[in-house]
Design a protein around this ligand. Structure first.
Ligand SMILES: *[C@@H]1O[C@H](CO)[C@@H](O)[C@H](O)[C@H]1NC(C)=O
Length: 240
């Protein structure tokens, strides 16, 4: 009897070891895959020095169909929104700016009680060949409780991809950081209708300032100019 308990304990231990080995191996493979793809697209070293442990899952970017209603109207463009639930928006997928009008839905496994910072940046402003505004901020939300982005503090209001005409594909990088605690240092608020304060953003410098460490997940998509860009630029002229 005593002997069989001993064996049982041994087997439980063995199985636990195998599970943790498989888990560690999977983590390693995920990290290697992120590193391979990020290096392939030069996200490393243009934005990050090292690969985050996993891809951020970016899903359900709402697809938008634009209809011209009237040119005399002060609001010449009317948007009809459709959902396209399985539109993959990561790992270098190519989207149109029109498909990025609304913020993507993003999911992650949040630790209970933890706060997160999420950002979306374009290191290729105004173009990948001459990125003199690197990086342009599209979205920055801090103090996200769990994965409830809508409950976080908006520092930079969301705008979709707005790559200038004839500048080719831009990379739009989404970074997720786990905060050590709730942030109290205030950052200058940039509303969704303002261009000011969006240029020359350095994710590493921001992370250092707030002790965020390295991103815990990241992903990116690509986009180049389409006819939505001038519409979005109009919106950006609303602010200062
Ligand atoms: C951000 O700042 C760090 C430290 O000053 C610098 O090494 C890095 O190249 C900068 N990154 C970008 C993308 O400009």
């Amino acid at each position: 009897m005593a002997l069989s308990f001993k064996y049982l304990g041994f087997f439980i231990h063995l199985i636990a070891c195998i599970f943790s080995y498989v888990e560690a191996k999977e983590r390693q493979n995920a990290n290697a895959e992120v590193e391979r793809i990020f290096k392939n697209y030069n996200i490393i070293p243009d934005v990050l020095d090292a690969a985050p442990p996993r891809f951020l899952e970016v899903k359900n970017i709402r697809n938008v169909f634009t209809t011209l209603i009237s040119r005399q109207n002060s609001m010449p463009i009317h948007f009809q929104i459709f959902f396209e639930p399985n539109l993959i928006a990561g790992r270098g997928a190519i989207l149109t700016p029109t498909q990025t009008i609304h913020p993507p839905e993003i999911f992650w496994e949040a630790k209970p009680g933890a706060y997160y910072t999420l950002m979306m940046i374009d290191p290729d402003a105004p173009s990948r060949s001459s990125p003199r505004f690197r990086s342009y901020q599209h979205w920055l939300v801090t103090n996200i409780p769990g994965d409830q982005i809508e409950k976080g503090d908006i520092v930079v209001g969301y705008i979709g991809a707005v790559p200038p005409k004839h500048t080719g594909l831009h990379r739009y990088v989404l970074l997720l950081y786990k905060q050590p605690h709730k942030l109290i240092k205030k950052d200058t608020f940039v509303p969704s209708n303002s261009r000011n304060g969006r240029f020359y953003f350095n994710a590493s410098t921001f992370a250092k300032k707030h002790n965020l460490g390295l991103p815990i997940a990241a992903n990116f998509f690509l986009a180049e100019w389409d006819e939505y860009v001038p519409v979005a630029n109009k919106q950006l002229e609303g602010g200062h």
